[in-house]
Design a protein around this ligand. Structure first.
Ligand SMILES: NC(=O)c1ccc[n+]([C@@H]2O[C@H](COP(=O)([O-])OP(=O)(O)OC[C@H]3O[C@@H](n4cnc5c(N)ncnc54)[C@H](OP(=O)(O)O)[C@@H]3O)[C@@H](O)[C@H]2O)c1
Length: 293
């Protein structure tokens, strides 16, 4: 019998995990967000975890405002670095497995082939730096931990690129979207499914450390936006532009493809193609709030 703590459970990934709970009838899920369990407070974290005897902790809590992080560096560091450290410490003292989520933004984006887990990290943004510190602090605890780096996360929950494109696409005749940043969108439902599969099937203590997970395939943000308009039947012209034509406070990696061979081999999981993830997400959105007939 597993008992899993989910922190930051009101976010995209947390809510995607909750949606899959009915598939795991034998497992107890405990959902918290900042009001019930602030991961930056070590004492609260220790007390909460001591009381409940969890088998696993999934940290979905994060500071994800990439541009604002350039200004709010301290806050981002507390949530993205000290928070995971606290959870890793508590996991270690209470003998539970810790699953932490990181990002492709730990890389500088200068590669020409998909990043593997051991490639050099050099985050260009403050957000990426705080997430990298989080990874390091978790690994330093030597807890029973798995860190999953993911990229371009979207879902039917909260705010994300898909929902922004749909909103502005319905309001405006044309949107300009960058075509020189290459990566892979990840449907949070697919990431949630992979995490729960890993937790429920993995018996080997050898399979720990850093892993990469995104959907399969390669696109630019421009291609992603084009596909969104096509599949939602939104009549909006998508025009490709360079990142230099759309400056943002936080620099992004130009190339952030991740090699997923390790996670597929160690945990024997099948990763859906990005267009299949998008189709599932649009189906879920359509059910929640129909956007086309
Ligand atoms: N979104 C992406 O494109 C993306 C890409 C790559 C990797 N990731 C990583 O994937 C993970 C999941 O991302 P997501 O998009 O699901 O994030 P999200 O939607 O921003 O959710 C994060 C949740 O954590 C909560 N939180 C913030 N501070 C907290 C604290 N001190 N204690 C407890 N909870 C706290 C947030 O609450 P508030 O909303 O009230 O702040 C929010 O509910 C994160 O680790 C993120 O870095 C995301």
């Amino acid at each position: 019998m597993r008992k899993i703590l989910i922190t930051g459970s009101q976010g995209q990934l947390g809510r995607s995990i909750k949606k899959l709970e009915p598939n795991y009838k034998e497992t107890t899920f405990v959902y918290t967000d900042v009001d019930d369990l602030d991961i930056t407070n070590l004492e609260s974290v220790e007390q909460f975890i001591e009381k409940e005897q969890f088998t696993d902790i999934i940290n979905c809590a994060a500071y994800t405002a990439v541009d604002k992080a350039e200004q709010e560096n301290d806050l981002a560091f507390r949530i993205n670095a000290l928070g995971p450290e606290n959870l890793a410490k508590a996991s270690q003292s209470h003998h539970c497995r810790f699953i932490h989520i990181s990002t492709d933004y730990v890389f500088d984006g200068k590669n020409h082939q998909p990043y593997i887990e051991t490639d050099t990290t050099e985050p260009p943004s403050a957000y990426g730096k705080t997430k990298l510190e989080g990874e390091k602090l978790v690994l330093k605890q030597k807890a029973d931990s798995i860190i999953i780096r993911t990229s371009w996360l979207y879902s039917e929950f909260g705010g994300n690129f898909l929902k922004t494109m749909m909103k502005y696409g319905q309001e405006r005749p044309e949107l300009k979207v960058v075509f020189d940043q290459i990566g892979t969108p990840t449907y949070a439902g697919d990431l949630a499914a992979a995490i729960l599969e890993i937790i429920h099937k993995d018996g080997s203590e050898q399979h720990r450390g850093i892993y990469h997970f995104s959907n399969e395939g390669v696109v630019s943000w421009y291609d992603f936006a084009k596909e969104i308009m096509e599949k939602t039947h939104i009549d909006c012209k998508i025009t490709p532009i360079l990142s230099s034509e759309y400056p943002l406070p936080a620099p992004r990696p130009f190339y952030s493809l991740m090699n997923k061979a390790k996670i597929k081999k160690d945990f024997n999981i099948i990763i859906p193609y990005w267009k299949d993830g998008l189709r599932e997400c649009l189906k879920a959105l359509q059910k929640k709030k129909p956007f086309f007939k």
